[in-house]
Design a protein around this ligand. Sequence first.
Ligand SMILES: C[S@@+](CC[C@H](N)C(=O)[O-])C[C@H]1O[C@@H](n2cnc3c(N)ncnc32)[C@H](O)[C@@H]1O
Length: 374
Amino acid sequence: MYQQRGGLVRLEDDIKGLLGDKEAYGDISRFYFFCLAFDQMMKEGISGDVAELGTYKGETATVLATMARRLNTTAWILDTFEGFNPADLTGVDASHRMEFDDTSLEAVRALVGEENVRYVKGYFPESAAQMPEDLSFCIVHIDCDLYVPIAHALNYFYPRLVPGGYLIVHDYASLAWDGAERAVDEFFADKPEAVIPLTDGCGSAVIRKARPKELSSNWMMRKRCALFRNEWTSAGRGALKELLVSGWSGAEDWGVWGVGPSHILNLTMAQRPTADLVVQVDGAAALVPRRLEQEVDVFVDGEQLERWHFSKEENRAKRGVRIPAKLVTVGEFGFPRVRLEFRPRSWEPISSLSPESNDGRQLGLALFGLRRVE
Ligand SMILES: C[S@@+](CC[C@H](N)C(=O)[O-])C[C@H]1O[C@@H](n2cnc3c(N)ncnc32)[C@H](O)[C@@H]1O
């Protein structure tokens, strides 16, 4: 069901890189957090490159690279691939010792792969000079433990994070890496975003970049507008669920059934149309032994515009309705919308119309898809 609905994660495959040669990954909450973050970004239509500073043997990088491939974006993987820089073991981090030098770029390449991945070897922040200036990121994972590189990383990545993008700093609430906590607290003390500690193994901190207040940054409305477009949009697998208001059954692979006496759709637009709108609907009626024909009246805001006929000879078909521009009203968040309503003449339960059926639903119009005709 999750994958049918477009979920990005393939749990069993995606955890393999994290496991390495281990039988179980010790910090499964961290893995699940990444999964949910990617799914949420996909849901909200957030895009950009992916980055990790602090890769070591490449375990978390495998997850980021897999997602970058699926989103068809680039994962930038940054590390010295030779462990800490001794110069960073200073101040709050003076008590730490050299670590993570038992790795190599070649070994990480072999584990993480090349497709959609760019490796940046060297000491950060100097290594950033190897990357184009104009990058923007939808998710950045900072896992380099120490105050100095984390502070540089926040300065570098925060301005390049897209609105709604995720910034995750490992070790923030671990109580073992004070530099991570200090760098994050100092940086976000005067920013609009607040820090949320996660319940993963090392108390990663997460922020999501604040979004500007203008209407165009409302992802829910952007998504709805994108569904009412010039091409056919299938109603299968819940794809039109953002537009369904009331009188609809659960999502089916092929589309959705209207149920009961009234099925209502809200068709949302980014701009008010200057001329009449034509909406085409790919639809059918449930025709059964005691109902061989059906009629469906089409209303916009209580005004009847059409009556569609359905018979055995012409059931599933693409039918149109012309909507005068004056019937476009103001909907949620001030976006123009058309409140399209289908009223079937008959909505008796199928089981009472067809003796051999035990389907008690009051099926009206089957919606396979729709489009807006300019
Ligand atoms: C804890 S490890 C990363 C683990 C990895 N994210 C994982 O979970 O699989 C920290 C890494 O940060 C890198 N690192 C620390 N300071 C750095 C700096 N200034 N520039 C580049 N890499 C750095 C180290 O080389 C080390 O590989």
